[in-house]
Design a protein around this ligand. Structure first.
Ligand SMILES: [Fe+2]
Ligand SMILES: [Fe+2]
Length: 313
């Protein structure tokens, strides 16, 4: 089955990198298809190479942690993020489903956009696998600690699937989740004194930063197609960075009431441990992501709101 008009003429395809070049995240995925530089199979191989370049062994990393040396704060961090990581599988399952239905929607009208969305759905399996490392490492560590366990009821509750939304809004929401995890794992790595746990948190933080870049690249592909307004990304950013917004999650006085799914950032509870929020860095990464996706530069919650309202108008 052909998805792009180039797939039947492989001789004309020009590949931008030699096979030995380092794997990378394609920053301009829509142009890659419109200019006939790569097929979906070419893009899939780039994703595979990037995934393999990034792979690590969760069993080995967990074994390097000295459980007896962990502080109470370390245990609280592990407990919080073991639960948080449970929500990534339903997120990835939902993304795969959404990508397929959205790809079919555009297949005849804009096959290049359909290819971008199919590439995103293909990548979602690597994302899901990488998140499995985070979840399994942390839930295993928690089982080894004398701390509150994850019950099966809790496991099932955190596995609930998020409701469907517009594709660009969905991708930018996932960007925001990766922004938060990138910042918080980095911060927790800086706070722990156990070398093994520090290495694990830093490894996960690095994965989350790459996930953020992937979501930004696919979101930019949607915007570059002209079929999705940048207002979708700004709407989500505003929802997070506004006063009392989602970015502040568990720290807010009033939280959104949801019966359908769990937003992990609402459920954090650091008790007496130092909070790893670093909201300044979360804001900075949000503005960087907005610029990568839309080409529009902003630097404050007020500018996000103004630009969002301008785009809506
Ligand atoms: Fe994760
Ligand atoms: Fe992630």
């Amino acid at each position: 089955m052909t998805v792009t008009s180039q797939t039947s003429t492989p001789a004309k395809i020009t590949r931008p990198r030699k096979p030995s070049a380092p794997a990378e995240i394609l920053p301009n995925v829509y142009q890659v298809f419109t200019e006939g530089q790569m097929t979906l199979a070419d893009v899939e191989w780039e994703q595979q190479r990037f995934h393999e370049w990034r792979r690590w062994n969760a069993v080995e990393m967990v074994e390097r942690i000295d459980l007896d040396s962990l502080s109470e704060a370390d245990r609280i961090y592990i407990w919080n993020f073991a639960r948080a990581e449970l929500t990534t599988k339903p997120g990835a399952d939902r993304l795969a489903r959404l990508c397929d239905s959205e790809c079919r929607r555009w297949q005849s009208e804009d096959p290049h956009l359909a290819a971008v969305i199919q590439a995103c759905g293909t990548w979602s399996r690597y994302w899901n696998e990488e998140e499995a490392h985070h979840e399994a490492a942390l839930t295993h560590l928690l089982r080894a600690l004398d701390f509150e366990p994850i019950t099966d009821d809790m496991f099932l509750e955190y596995r609930q699937i998020f409701p469907d939304d517009d594709m660009l809004r969905t991708l930018f929401l996932l960007t925001m989740s990766e922004v938060k995890t990138t910042v918080m794992y980095t911060s927790m790595a800086n706070k722990t004194s156990d070398a093994g746990l520090k290495a694990l948190f830093n490894q996960i933080a690095s994965d989350e930063a790459h996930h953020m870049r992937y979501f930004n690249a696919f979101a930019r592909g949607l915007v570059d197609s002209g079929r999705y307004s940048p207002k979708g990304a700004f709407a989500i950013a505003h929802f997070f960075v506004r006063e009392g917004g989602e970015m502040y999650g568990y720290a807010r006085q009033r939280k959104e009431q949801r019966g359908s799914h769990v937003n992990w950032w609402d459920q954090l509870d650091f008790r007496h441990a130092e909070r790893p929020d670093d909201f300044h860095r979360q804001h900075k990464l949000t503005y960087v992501s907005l610029e990568q996706v839309t080409g529009i530069r902003v630097s404050s919650p007020e500018e996000v709101q103004d630009k969002w309202m301008e785009l809506v108008a």
